[in-house]
Design a protein around this ligand. Structure first.
Ligand code: FAD
Length: 476
């Protein structure tokens, strides 16, 4: 009787604990992926994620084929389909890697007991985190709500992570033919209009691309990571986020490759990088203990925040037409490539929430639909962090100044000129605040504000004061 591996957000053959365990049994192995748009609970992927999923599954299918493991693709409610496939092949055991969102956990629990009732063994594994949320506890048996003490305790628990599992050896193969849907028939790729051109140019979805990207990052960029990671015009960060979101590479593998003594980076750059990977662990810790992270304010007092409904401003933000170049560059990078640099994510999110007073859930939903790395823990935790409603140790209300942020982190204008080409001709001095440029300078650069590029949709100083006044409502 075969072993069944149910793949979810762990689309890889290297260092995959569930797959590794199934292959170790010596039984024939069958792999299953379900496109589940029906079950309540796990959040349905956004459009950019579906585009990525197509490429990721193509690679997984090919990699599993090399191990004599068929990948069965089915569409429908997970609970019914796992039970059906397990029945069709009479699986003796079923393996999967755990997830940490409330809906996913509930679904897995229900499925586990149904499969056990059918006489099948179910084993779940930690495939996606260095340390699972229930393993890190405060001195009083609670859970951490602040990153620094969390990461300190987490590192003690992690110690040196286990070595990654190698790619399994080819299995004996499952002989009976199995019905599988056709990936191309799932319609995951956009056609009319095809908005994915910039994403195709930027990314190689799938495990092979993930491994390649990690190696290139460690060989070529990690050494500059500590000092330049905040500069969006530099390609210094790893860009592993979509690969991590789909589980094409494990944090355990990342840890070992980044800390390897073969790599040229200084220890401080490596530690800085690992602590960013630690933020991902922290987000999962928050989501696990506060499953409503995407829906409810982590700090209840924010329920009184006076959000504004302003469709025109929201549309200008989504389209990168706010008149603030760093904000517009970020939103256009997101639309074109499905990704945005972390520093700019903070600036655009702060702008939406603090300058426009639009509810963070609107921004979170737009990111969810357009990011290739949309992640149920990182996206919600980060939006709440920027909004001020989340888990943040800072005692003050952070309002990013989009002009100063642009000047500080994109001083040479490399980033803005790339994504907002209509103002590329402005001298650096005015690039992050075009409305301050004298008429003659605008003329030389062939720009009419309000025609070629918008005037700012809000005044920074006024917006700042308005945001501080709004914050007062949360204190009453
Ligand atoms: P690197 O700097 O190379 O970091 C390596 C890995 O560490 C990343 O791939 C990521 O998994 C993790 N990481 C880095 N920074 C953070 C962070 N601040 N919080 C949590 N994990 C982090 N990240 C997502 O993966 N998915 C999201 O949906 C997402 N939404 C965000 C929304 C907002 C408003 C903000 C401010 C941040 C968001 N982030 C999200 C976090 C961060 O911006 C990205 O993880 C990072 O930009 C990815 O680029 P990288 O892989 O080059 O990062």
């Amino acid at each position: 009787r075969p072993a069944l591996v149910w793949f979810r957000n762990d689309l890889r053959v290297h260092d995959n604990p569930a797959l590794h365990a199934a292959c170790e049994t010596g039984r024939p192995v069958v792999a299953l992926y379900i496109l589940d748009e029906e079950s309540k609970g796990p959040r349905a992927p956004g459009s950019a994620s579906l585009w990525w999923l197509h490429g990721s599954l193509k690679t997984l299918q090919a990699n599993l084929e090399g191990l004599n493991i068929p990948l069965v693709l089915r569409r429908g409610p997970s609970q019914r389909i796992v039970a059906e496939v397990a029945g069709e092949i009479d699986a003796a055991e079923i393996h999967w890697n755990r997830r940490y969102d409330g809906g996913g956990i509930e679904l897995d629990k229900a499925l586990r007991s149904a499969l056990k009732d059918d006489g099948r063994t179910v084993t779940s594994w930690n495939g996606n985190l260095l340390v699972e949320p229930f393993e890190v506890k405060t001195g009083s048996d609670g859970w951490y709500k602040v990153f620094t003490p969390f990461w300190k305790a987490a590192r003690e628990t992690i110690g040196t992570p286990r070595q990654p599992y190698p790619k399994p050896k080819a299995t004996s193969g499952f002989k009976n033919p199995l019905e599988s849907e056709n990936l191309d028939g799932w319609g995951l790729l956009p056609t009319k209009p095809d908005w994915a051109g910039g994403m195709r140019e930027t990314w190689t979805p799938g495990e092979n691309g993930a491994r390649q990207r990690l190696q290139t990052f460690v060989d070529e960029a990690l050494t500059r990571y500590r000092d330049h990671r905040d500069e969006p015009g530099e390609e210094v960060t790893s860009r592993l986020s979509p690969h991590l979101a789909f589980g094409e590479i494990s944090p355990v593998t990342i840890w070992h490759v980044a800390s390897s003594s073969d790599n040229p980076a200084s220890d401080s750059s490596v530690q800085k990088f690992l602590s960013e990977v630690g933020w991902r662990e922290f987000s999962y810790n928050l989501l696990f203990h506060f499953p409503d992270l995407g829906r409810r304010n982590f700090q209840e007092k924010f329920d009184a925040f006076p959000w504004v409904s302003d469709d025109a401003a929201l549309t200008a933000w989504k389209k990168g037409q706010t008149g603030y170049p760093i904000v517009d560059a970020g939103m256009r990078q997101l639309w074109q490539t499905g990704w945005m640099h972390n520093r700019v994510r903070m600036v655009v999110a702060s702008f939406l929430v603090k300058h426009l007073l639009i509810d963070w859930r609107e921004g979170e939903a737009w990111f969810w639909d357009t990011l290739v790395d949309a992640d149920p823990a990182n996206n919600t935790a980060s939006w709440q962090w920027v909004a001020g409603s989340g888990a943040d140790a800072a005692p003050y209300f952070r309002i990013f100044n989009p002009i100063l942020q642009g000047e500080k982190f994109d001083g040479d204008g490399h980033y803005v000129r790339r994504y907002v080409p209509e103002i590329a001709g402005l001298p650096d001095k005015y690039l992050h605040k075009p409305w301050t440029a004298p008429t003659s300078v605008l003329k030389d650069a062939c720009i009419t504000l309000g025609k070629d590029y918008p005037k700012p949709i809000v005044d920074h100083d006024k917006a700042r004061k308005r945001a501080l006044a709004a914050l007062e409502k949360t204190k009453q």
